[in-house]
Design a protein around this ligand. Structure first.
Ligand code: BDR
Ligand code: CA
Length: 309
């Protein structure tokens, strides 16, 4: 099994990514860490515990940084609602997070693991950057970062820039220049990981509580995309998990990516050198395409893991 830590800000697609990762026999989820992003840290903590309790998965959850290293947090209530997880009605959580801060918790998990760990960040990169600033020696024990974030060709939060990398550009820069192998599952690939209404109906028909929850989450999430004229829903965060479980369904290209920190129109942009004009070494496997049918099939297969619940 691949040991992974999932750092996230649930969030509809984060919740679905967690549901998938915790069902996969290929992954050993050592812990879940939380970062302010889609909503405040308090709200996303409640959301994370609610989802884990509901799907019956026990995994340690650690609460991390409230917001970006140098900037104000800007939540995405327009996409995820006031709660950060609007839509499904789920019972309040009974489990609690561990008392250790997420950054310290990650350090302990990485140091305590007998194999190199894969990090799967699904929100702003604040916790991850803070970890490597404080403990640079841990980089050697991280085999890869498969992250949802960034945009090589066009953004979603601004014309050039994706929400997670835009939220904390300084953290994004620190991670992309860390020397750790990175898979960037940005907008380029996640906007090909499209979920149709018929897929949502298929998930619902699986019938177990996790599958119905995923369908309810997607009903709300897709209503945002429909409101902006997009009729198939890009399922962002699950792509970074899918890449770790089944990399063959994704097409990536090794390229240099640098992060803009102070552009007037491009702050947080993951500037991707497709033509090698900078002469800089590639530092990233940039996700560009995904086999949509295989992706949907993987989600269904993982949801069946919850049959009988
Ligand atoms: C990313 O932004 C968040 O709203 C989603 O959870 C995802 O991580 C997509 O740009
Ligand atoms: Ca997210």
């Amino acid at each position: 099994k691949i040991p992974v830590i999932i750092d996230c800000d649930p969030g509809h697609d984060d919740a679905i990514a967690l549901t998938m990762a915790l069902a996969s026999e290929k992954l050993e989820v050592l812990g879940v860490t939380l970062v302010g992003g889609n909503q405040t840290l308090e709200k996303i903590t409640k959301n994370c515990l609610t989802v884990l309790d509901y799907i019956g998965k026990e995994v340690p959850v650690a609460v991390g940084t409230e917001g970006p290293i140098r900037r104000e947090l800007t939540v995405a209530a327009n996409v995820h609602g006031e709660s950060g997880l609007d839509g499904p009605t789920l019972p309040p959580p009974h489990s609690k997070p561990v008392s250790t801060h997420a950054v310290e918790f990650m350090r302990r998990l990485i140091e305590g693991c007998d194999r190199p760990v894969t990090l799967i960040p699904l929100g702003p990169l604040t916790n991850i950057a803070t970890l490597f600033l404080a403990h640079p020696e841990l980089k050697a024990k991280v085999s890869r970062i498969s992250l949802m974030g960034g945009a090589a060709l066009s953004g979603n939060r601004t014309p050039t820039t994706e929400f997670n990398t835009w939220q904390d550009p300084e953290a994004t820069h620190l991670v992309f220049s860390s020397g750790i192998p990175i898979t960037m599952c940005g907008i380029d690939i996640t906007h090909k990981a499209l979920i149709r209404d018929s897929d949502i109906a298929d998930f619902r028909a699986i019938g177990n509580r996790a599958a119905v929850m995923v369908a309810d989450l997607l009903d709300f999430f897709s209503s945002y995309y429909k409101s902006i004229g997009v009729n198939e829903t890009p399922l962002h965060d699950p792509v970074a998990v899918a890449w770790v479980i089944e990399p063959s369904i994704c097409r990536t290209e090794r390229l240099n990516v640098s992060v803009d920190l102070d552009g007037e129109h491009t702050v947080g942009c993951t500037v991707t050198d497709f033509r090698g004009v900078t002469g800089k070494e590639p530092n990233c496997d940039v996700g560009l395409d995904i086999d949509r049918e295989a992706f949907v099939g993987l989600i269904k297969e993982l949801l069946h893991h919850y049959d009988g619940q």
